[in-house]
Design a protein around this ligand. Structure first.
Ligand code: NAD
Length: 476
């Protein structure tokens, strides 16, 4: 059975690569046509996809799904359509003096790589499969997508729709569990994009290394919020609450923990709590608030809170409607703010990925900077405050994939900014010109003139005076 699945994937990969090779060079119009069909697929079937995501999650607002997974991905496609002519322009490069005078020329061309594998997670199941795809297509590639098994119904629907809008030599969806995913990551793609956890990312990179397949790893991590002393705590709280509560905190860029001035801790917590209450007067019966995706993830989150409580943290449950969650069978979880946390608690050791928000306090901002620097480099980092000098201090002394100031998560929605992590939070980036380049091969091309440059330059035996002169000039 496993062997059958491998053969099926290998067959599709071979078909895509053969068709890719046979059809080169493809006109830009062909690439654009694929992006337009991907956009049409999303627009024609957005509502069905949203309904299916709702079914997979248990509850997930159709509005939210339309916003994050459908409209957000359509706009990424539109952005690619608008800019790809510019992105794909090659560049003339300099040749060393005096080669230019003799007619030598150098250029760089951005060429497609071939067949790109896309391994995507469950938290934004459509966006994280079709988002990279738009740029994969813009760069002239073909693609195979393996979506997550946790959102199985959505994955099956994506396969059905892709079969309807595309031929298998352009795009194919492979469904299945972790074994299929593991096999997928061993295929000799021309490039592999993985979005998921750091632990799985490590395995994917290992598997890709066997074939020297280049990888883009979009991973997770603990994205901190650093709040300056002069923050507007009410406004900041509202914004942090939005980033933490959307999709019930199941966002790679969700603020993971807050670092606040010790004497403003109460204000910071009150700000976030009020922000939650303003957006979600109730949670259980509220369609706007998502469920945790599976029992396993729900139990993991409950376990993080229990472990922190046992080790001395104070747990503040933000339950604006005073609802009883104990017997609710819907995997909904209110925000749990944790005070008095330390690194012995699991909640400070792993990415939370749910509605739990530890709060740490500092006397001097340096303590927050040092803490961030002594832990894995995060995917996102957020600074709140009006003190530009302090903001610059936080930004220039830390390292993270990206940054939003005076809000959270937003940098990912700027189409013209690259999106990616650094070190344990990922490598490579997509979105903007950086994404196009990520999925392109930057090919160096040098055009030699008629004149025998090697002889003239003394590069060719028999070596002698000309060679000595060349060496002297090069070392000047
Ligand atoms: P995951 O790592 O469990 O799974 C992601 C994908 O990997 C799935 O398609 C799964 O089928 C596949 N997979 C599972 N085992 C595999 C293996 N051995 N080899 C190859 N592939 C395998 O992640 P998840 O739980 O679906 O998603 C949550 C994680 O994703 C969080 O850590 C989150 O931060 C991260 N994430 C990152 C981004 C980003 O853009 N940086 C976006 C969303 C989520």
């Amino acid at each position: 059975m496993a062997e059958d699945r491998r053969q099926e994937m290998e067959r599709i990969l071979q078909l895509q690569r053969d068709t890719f090779t046979a059809n080169r060079p493809e006109p830009m119009a062909k690439r654009k046509d694929r992006i337009k069909r991907a956009i049409a697929l999303l627009k024609d079937n957005g509502k069905d996809l949203a309904k299916t995501m709702n079914a997979d999650f248990g509850n997930r607002s159709n509005y939210q799904s339309m916003l994050t997974d459908i409209a957000g991905t359509v706009s990424a496609g539109r952005d690619a359509l608008k800019r790809m002519d510019g992105w794909s322009q090659g560049e003339k490069r300099k040749v060393q003096f005096p080669l230019g005078l003799l007619g030598a020329k150098a250029e760089v061309r951005y060429e497609p790589k071939g067949v790109i594998g896309i391994l995507s997670p469950w938290n934004f199941p459509v966006n994280l499969a079709f988002g990279p795809l738009m740029q994969v297509f813009a760069a002239g590639n073909r693609a195979m997508i393996k979506p997550s098994e946790f959102t199985e119904k959505t994955s099956l629907l994506m396969k059905e729709l892709v079969d309807e809008y595309f031929t298998p030599d352009e795009l194919a969806v492979i469904t299945g569990g972790p074994e299929v995913a593991a096999t997928f990551s061993t295929l000799p793609f021309d490039h592999l994009v993985f979005t998921g956890s750091t632990a799985t990312g490590r395995r994917v990179m290992e598997a890709a290394a066997a074939n020297l397949v280049p990888v883009t790893l979009e991973l997770g991590g603990k994205s901190p919020v650093v709040m300056g002393r002069d923050s507007d705590f009410a406004k900041a709280g509202e914004r942090i609450a939005m980033g933490k509560m959307m999709n019930a905190g199941q966002i790679c860029l969700a603020p993971d923990y807050m670092y606040v001035p010790a004497d403003r801790e109460e204000d910071a917590i009150a700000g976030v709590s009020q922000g939650v209450a303003n957006m979600y007067p109730t949670l259980l019966e509220n369609d706007d608030y998502a469920s945790i995706v599976s029992d396993r993830h729900f139990e993991r989150l409950q376990g993080l809170v229990a472990d922190a409580r046992e080790k001395g943290a104070e747990v503040i449950e933000v339950n604006p409607g005073g609802e009883d969650f104990s017997n609710a069978n819907v995997r909904k979880m209110p925000l749990n703010i944790l005070r008095g946390v330390n690194d012995d608690m699991k909640v400070m050791q792993e990415e939370i990925f749910g509605p739990v928000l530890p709060v740490k306090t500092y006397g001097q901002i340096d303590e927050a900077i040092d803490y961030v620097n002594s832990h894995d480099r995060p995917l996102g980092l957020y600074y709140f405050g009006q003190d530009k000098r302090e903001q610059e201090q936080v930004l220039s002394r830390t390292i993270s994939g990206g940054v939003t100031t005076n809000d959270v998560v937003f940098h990912v929605s700027m189409e013209d900014l690259p999106f990616g992590g650094v070190g344990p939070s990922g490598m490579g980036a997509y979105h903007a010109v950086e994404g196009f380049r990520e999925f392109s091969h930057t090919r160096a091309v040098y055009h030699q003139p008629k004149i025998d440059i090697a002889k003239l330059g003394g590069f060719k035996p028999p070596y002698g005076k000309a060679t000595a002169k060349a060496i002297k000039t090069m070392m000047k």
